[in-house]
Structure formats: C-alpha cells, structure tokens
Design a protein around this ligand. Structure first.
Ligand code: FES
Length: 134
C-alpha cells in the first residue's frame, strides 16, 4: 500500500518535533479526518528557510508527507518554498494511495500557513518599530 520511502519517513522522520526560535508557525487541520499538522520554520533575514520541523497528529501518509516537505523547503527562499506543492512531495515519496492524497495536501497547506504567519509577525514588528520611532 505504501512505498518504502513513505514507511521509512513515517518510522524515522528526520524533521519531527517543535523548534525553539521558530519565527513562523503554521497549523492546518483536515476536517474530513480530524488530523492536525503544525509546521515550524526558522527564516533568516534574507528570506531563506534555515530550518523546518513539524508536529503532526495524523496518519502515516501525513507524517511522511510533512517530513518530506520540510526537507524540500530547507535552504529555499520564501518564494521558492511557496512553489512547492503536494505533487513535489508525492514525487519524492513514491506516490500515495488515492484516498491518502489529501494527507500530502496538508503538508503543502502547512508550508503556506507558516509563511503567512511569518509575514503577520513581520508586519507586527514593523508596526511596533514605527510606533517606537514616532
Ligand atoms: Fe488524515 Fe491522513 S491526514 S487520513
């Protein structure tokens, strides 16, 4: 049912866990199955993703997908990371059964949610800075 890569990523995820100093955290949930995925990113001042970690309450496909997604976006700029889709994740995982495709979509959505959070935080910082300087 699952490729060797999916099983390996599920059993030995490389990027599982939270992250101290994360400056972007995105959480998404899947209404259909009730699973939750949280993505933590450390984005540097040049807009490059230095590190990516995740916590997923979900199935084997969801865990493998997020783990792979983390590897895919590490070292990429924000713009490059936004172009990563679940198809890229699936290519590396070796496909998923059709009823598990939505799990890989959560990985894609969690990247976007984390980047959205990053922009919100930056906006707040800029507003704070402009108040101080006023
Ligand atoms: Fe819910 Fe995979 S994430 S079944």
């Amino acid at each position: 049912m699952y490729s060797k890569t999916v099983i390996d990523r599920f059993q030995n995820p490389r990027n599982a866990g939270g992250m101290h100093g994360a400056n972007a955290i995105g959480q998404v949930g899947n209404a259909a199955c009730g699973d939750i995925m949280k993505m933590y990113l450390k984005i540097n001042d040049n807009g490059v993703i230095e590190n990516a970690k995740f916590k997923t309450f979900g199935c084997c496909a969801a865990i493998a997908s997020t783990d792979m997604a983390c590897d895919l976006i590490k070292g990429k700029t924000i713009d490059e990371a936004l172009k990563v889709t679940n198809k890229d994740v699936l290519k590396l995982l070796g496909e998923l059964p059709p009823h598990k495709i939505h799990c890989s979509l959560m990985a894609e959505e969690s990247i976007r949610a984390a980047i959205e959070d990053y922009y919100k935080r930056r906006e707040k910082e800029i507003k704070k800075g402009s108040k101080k300087n006023a």
